[in-house]
Design a protein around this ligand. Structure first.
Ligand code: ADP
Length: 480
């Protein structure tokens, strides 16, 4: 660029000087020598500027090339000569660029490390959240300011609040249960070493009441902490639903009193009839036969109850001996109906076994299936008022290759909400407790015998005041 500029100036000045000299020579002889000398000087000066400018320009080009590669890993630019102070400029700039480059690399390294840490922390947070949400108990952790620090989905469900908005909100704004909020606040202000256990009832949105075992443990404040607030650093509150356990405990205590009653009643009746026989109170053969029948019926009732209790615990502990054989279910049903007929007659309930033309067999333990049938038919008689009907029938499902035994009654029926619990151990429908004595074991044994032992299925449909149909299905024996 310098070269082109100096050459242009020298040419312009030279051409101008020659033009002036020619003009003066033409128009007068004044100082042509001076002008020609000026022109020559201009050309020489232009030449010097051209030479120096060229050197400067190429050195500047090398400087720019070197600086533009500063910090690159590419091949080195052409060497600078120690002229015009460009070497120092290049060294200083390169030094700064190298320093900046190291700094940028350090920062990039720190950034990568931080990104990894953030990813690890996020994964840990999600893992903890998943663990917390997998816990079926409700968990609420509050901090020193009684704000919610950690909470899980179960807590949101039990206490009916919005999980997303709960964290970092004051506990009394989220939990709309003043008693529970006070328990949490009191625990924070109390002795950190004391773990509190409280039983607390909570009503769910549908109005049902559940009983919770509330455990409150304090997170002790660190000794050297800021200590602005009184009490502990926070409270961990865990609510465990113990409704079912409480029902079972209640049912067990009912069971003890019911079992003793159930055992005593037939026993007393057997003793009374035997005494009457001994005392000669049954004077005719007919009267004696009636007494013997009653004694036999009561003894059977006693044996059934004892069998129910023993078989449930044997099946549950897996020590029951199953003796399978080919049985024709209708024959077994006839036996069950015959055993229970006196009971139905005594109560004024019509008991009927529908005729069953089909002949099919199951491969099952005879005594156990008979016991299941006795329990279902016995219940139907027990929970059907006088004048009602109990009908036993069979159905074959050729597609499923099963046979279904059904007992239909016109009795009390079962409320819909009780249906899912009917086959639970010790469960009794609350409304029936005043109507008939029982232990809550009969249906549980039926389920165990049919489903656990024989791979069949039990079922029930019912309508309060209209009656119930209990059934079980068993696979048809392939060569039966
Ligand atoms: P229980 O000894 O009380 O009869 P079960 O286990 O045989 O015990 O039955 C459980 C409960 O199921 C009974 O307490 C009763 O409330 C209900 N139940 C059973 N069978 C019938 C039925 N046929 N009709 C109405 N309720 C029934």
């Amino acid at each position: 660029m310098f070269r082109r500029l100096s050459l242009t100036i020298a040419v312009i000045v030279g051409v101008g000087a020659v033009a002036i000299a020619l003009a003066i020579r033409h128009f007068g002889a004044v100082a042509p020598v001076v002008l020609s000398g000026g022109a020559a000087l201009s050309i020489v000066a232009g030449g010097v500027v051209w030479l120096v400018g060229g050197a400067y320009e190429s050195e500047l080009g090398r400087l720019i090339a070197r600086l533009s590669r500063a910090g690159d890993d590419g091949p080195p630019a052409g060497a600078l000569r120690s002229r015009f102070g460009f070497v120092e400029v290049a060294d200083t700039v390169e030094g700064s660029v190298a320093q900046l480059r190291r700094r940028v690399e350090d920062l990039a390294g720190s950034r990568r490390e931080l990104e990894v840490q953030v990813r690890v922390a996020e994964a840990e947070r999600q893992h903890l959240e998943a663990i917390l949400n997998a816990i079926t108990d409700a968990v609420i952790v509050t901090d020193a300011f009684n704000e919610i620090a950690v909470v899980n989905g179960a807590a949101a469900r039990v206490l009916d609040f919005d999980l997303g908005a709960a964290t970092r909100s004051p506990v009394d704004q989220v939990v709309r249960d003043p008693k529970l909020v006070n328990l949490i606040k009191d625990a924070r202000e109390g002795d950190a070493s004391i773990r509190r256990h409280v039983e607390h009832a909570i009503q769910d949105p549908s109005g049902d009441q559940a009983v919770y075992n509330v455990r409150l443990s304090c997170v002790a404040a660190s000794q050297d902490g800021p200590g602005e607030t009184a009490g502990n650093a926070g409270v961990v509150t865990v609510l465990q639903d113990v409704t079912r356990e409480k029902e079972i405990a209640e049912a067990k205590s009912d069971f003890v009193s019911n079992v003793s009653h159930e055992l005593r009643t037939p026993l007393s009746s057997i003793r009374a009839y035997i005494e009457m026989l001994i005392d000669g109170e049954a004077q005719t053969d007919e009267a004696r036969a009636e007494f013997y029948n009653i004694i036999q019926g009561e003894a059977n009732r006693l044996a059934r109850l004892i069998d129910n209790i023993l078989n449930i615990s044997r099946i549950e502990s897996g020590v029951i001996k199953v003796e399978r054989e080919h049985i024709a279910l209708p024959n077994l049903a006839r036996e069950a109906v015959d055993i229970l007929m006196p009971q139905a007659n005594a109560k004024g309930v019509t008991l009927k076994l529908e005729s069953c033309p089909l002949f099919f067999q199951v491969f099952a333990d005879r005594d156990m299936v008979l016991q299941a049938m006795l329990n279902l038919v016995g219940n139907a008689i027990k929970y059907t008022p006088e004048g009602g009907r109990v009908t036993v029938s069979f159905e074959v499902d050729q597609h499923e290759r099963t046979v279904r035994f059904s007992v239909m009654d016109t009795g009390l029926g079962v409320p819909e909400e009780a249906l899912p619990h009917l086959f639970d151990k010790f469960y009794r429908v609350a409304d029936h407790k005043g109507q008939a004595k029982g232990t809550g074991l009969g249906l549980n044994l039926v389920k165990h015998v049919i489903e656990t032992v024989h791979g069949g299925q039990v079922g029930v449909t019912s309508q309060v005041g209209k009656g119930s149909t209990f059934n079980f299905s068993l696979p048809i024996a392939e060569n039966g």
